[in-house]
Write a protein that binds this ligand. Structure first.
Ligand code: PLP
Ligand code: SF4
Length: 461
């Protein structure tokens, strides 16, 4: 190597080429056209009406009859039949807001990332991995009182309700959320006020608890009064330092932030009370694709920003939705642009009925490498696997062992459940035919898993 190459350069470097490319600014292009008018059911609806939470909730589509009434001839008959058959085998019922429905590209619904997340089609469903379980995360096993999951030392998950403004196909809580379907009879969170009291009493009785995630269901479906009641109750507990309201609402019905004033005011009062008590109150939301961030999202986030409300987002990595580097980069940039901090990207949980949505660990790890370094570190999400069996979230890169041929990854979680191994399985469709075959035999299956565990034990020594 020549000496000159090592000498410090005095030349001023050109700015990196990529800064000048228009595609690097694509995250700023937020839709503000009247996209809903392309749907026959909404053709006559003006913007002022469409962008209200009352229109959105009143016209939410919950069955295929309403879907075909809204879309008319935009989708072929065969598509509706495909959805009907898909719903028969799905763990989640159909529920989609007019806003989301209008953001779907109806010229190509089979490939559309929003359709893929909210409407099952039988023609794309695949058989479950043999190791899948309902409540794969052991949320019910880690519940000291119904509707409260306490797995980590200082934080707990409070589930005050079991409904949501939409139903996502990939929902981890398909054991509880939404109405019964043909394949899943749901656990019902009944006897609400006593159950809430039990949860509050438990939280107050555990001095180590500082951080409460209020989830569900979805806190968008709590009334203004309940938002305030839960928030104040928790903030007044001396042990509680941080609360987060979890809602998918900003991604599926951002109009509520602009038109449901009592709800936003209630939330603001809780945030202000938190500030007075020197405690943190934030929103955690959930976006999966850049198409879900529009002009109305930006308007809603501007409103929250004016009120000093911090919003973070988590994403679920899904095949055909966001499992490529450029989509994930665009999502992260677009969220950051409207003041949402990308927090997590979850590998798809191992839940039944949505195997077509899962990706391999390898695919997600590769995407992570493209996302990290793309923008500010505090807007760079961690890619995590929420382990089956209650080990909690693990940095996806931190596996003890990963065999890309059998698709088995082994994690440990010494801070949560020391001495236990946790498994993640790649979807079978991504494996070679020989390995797909091995997974069909219980004996071979067990052998592969035991071997992976032995390798992980060896690696850990
Ligand atoms: C995800 C989760 C939390 C919150 O975890 P963070 O990593 O702090 O976001 C708390 N409790 C349970 C049971 C969870 O699954
Ligand atoms: S909004 Fe959240 S809890 Fe509700 S169905 Fe979707 S993923 Fe599940």
């Amino acid at each position: 190597m020549s000496i000159e190459l090592l000498a410090p350069t005095t030349e001023v470097a050109e700015p990196p080429e990529i800064l000048a490319e228009p595609r690097t600014l694509a995250h700023r292009e937020l839709r503000r056209d009247d996209y809903w008018r392309a749907l026959p059911g909404y053709a006559a609806v003006d913007a002022d009406t469409f962008h209200t939470h009352t229109f959105q909730t009143r016209h939410t589509v919950t069955n295929v009859r309403q879907l075909s009434e809204t879309l008319g001839g935009l989708a072929p008959e065969s598509f509706y039949a495909d959805v009907v058959a898909g719903l028969k085998r799905a763990p989640m019922a159909l529920r989609i807001s007019p806003y989301l429905l209008s953001l779907i590209d109806w010229a190509n619904p089979y490939e559309d990332p929003i359709r893929t997340q909210f409407m099952p089609v039988a023609s794309q469903q695949v058989k479950d991995h043999p190791e899948l379980r309902l409540d794969s995360l052991h949320e019910q096993k880690d519940s000291p009182v119904p509707g409260l999951t306490h797995r980590y030392p200082d934080k707990a998950l409070f589930l005050p309700l079991d409904s949501c403004p939409v139903y996502c196909r990939f929902c981890t809580r398909s054991y509880a959320i939404g109405g019964d379907t043909e394949t899943v009879e749901k656990l019902k969170f009944t006897g609400r006020s006593q159950r809430w009291e039990d949860a509050f009493a438990y939280i107050e009785s555990r001095p180590e608890l500082e951080d409460i995630v209020i989830s569900g269901g979805d806190t968008y479906n709590l009334s203004a009064g309940h938002i305030q009641e839960i928030g104040e109750r928790l903030l007044r507990m001396p042990n509680i330092r941080r609360i987060r309201y979890a809602t998918k609402g900003l991604a599926v019905l951002p109009q509520k932030i602009l038109t449901d004033h009592p709800w936003v005011d209630a939330l603001t009062r809780v945030v202000e009370l938190g500030r007075t008590l020197h405690k943190e109150v934030v929103i955690h939301t959930h976006f999966n694709h850049p198409n879900e961030v529009t002009g109305v999202t930006q308007d809603a986030l501007n409103r929250l920003t004016e009120r000093g409300i911090t919003v973070r987002s988590q994403t679920v990595l899904q095949s055909g939705v966001n499992d490529n580097a450029s989509t994930m980069q665009l999502l992260v940039r677009r969220l950051s642009y409207v003041n949402i901090h990308p927090y997590y990207v979850y590998f798809h949980d191992m839940v039944p009925g949505v195997e077509d949505l899962r990706t391999t660990l390898a695919a997600g790890l590769k995407i992570e490498k493209f996302v990290r370094g793309h923008t500010a570190g505090f807007n760079t999400p961690s890619f995590v696997v929420d382990t089956m069996g209650g080990g909690g979230k693990r940095d996806a890169h931190s596996y003890e062992y990963y065999n890309r041929e059998s698709g088995i990854a082994v994690y440990t979680s010494p801070g949560v459940k020391p001495g236990t191994f946790f498994l993640y399985f790649d979807p079978l469709k991504a494996l070679s035919e020989a390995y797909q075959l091995r997974w069909q035999h219980a004996g071979a299956r067990n052998e592969m898993i035991q071997q992976a565990l032995a390798e992980a034990r060896r690696a850990g020594r």
